[in-house]
Design a protein around this ligand. Sequence first.
Ligand code: B1M
Length: 212
Amino acid sequence: MSILNDISENLQKGKAKVVKELVQQAIDEGYPVKEILEEGLLSGMSVIGEKFKNNEVFVPEVLVAARAMNMGANLLKPLMADAGVEASGKVCIGTVKGDLHDIGKNLVKMMMEGKGLEVIDLGTDVSPEKYVETAQQEGCQIICCSALLTTTMGVMEEVVKQAEAAGIRDKVKIMVGGAPVTDAFCKQIGADIYTPDAASAADAAVAMCKGA
Ligand code: B1M
């Protein structure tokens, strides 16, 4: 089995320390950064993402796999600019104002990073102004809003309105999600896309960034 397979397999098992050692070994052995990233780390994360979507693994497994991926990716980050590996898009993400639930939002972020997107994490309790300002200043292609409370999901409509008022609505897509959010709600508030889980959110974001 190649070292890249080993990285993928160990990442799926959440063995962060082993993944870190294997990534360092692969760098030392001269594997191209792009191959280590795509055939090792991202391939492992993509298996986990699919299994999560199909209820074959659950939140704890995803979190440990994501931690392993982050430890490996941190070793590659300084080398990526030289190797010409560009992020496939840039997004900002946060849990909306009044809402402190961040487990789902963090999973979405990790899956998006696992797909090669640059993700600006605004944290929780994020005001509509903050999303819009960040998208403007950082040139984000997508604003990603998460909400877990029926009392806070309405903030997403305000994000859409503020993006319109700031004149960036035609430049930025607005993605919404979280347990109480539905496709009908997404359409009702004029957002662009609703996805039910982290893996679908990452797939949709990559597709949107490519199409943007
Ligand atoms: Co709270 N809580 N909570 N809570 N909490 C819920 C959400 C609740 C359903 C529990 C219940 O009553 N049955 C209920 C909401 C009811 C409602 O509005 N309909 C509730 C409540 C009422 C509250 C408080 C008001 C309780 C109180 O104080 N009286 C309070 C509010 C605090 C606040 O936010 N202002 C509160 C507090 C908390 C804790 C702090 C204790 C803790 C949060 C800790 C944390 O996040 N760091 C907490 C938790 C853990 C939960 C439950 C138990 C679990 C939520 C969770 O993390 N799920 C939850 C009950 C439940 O869901 N069974 C509950 C796992 C997570 C992976 O799923 O976030 O749905 P989820 O994310 C999924 C998808 O939704 C999707 O992808 C993720 C992975 O596939 N997704 C996106 C999420 N964001 C997305 C964005 C996208 C796309 C997909 O695109 C941008």
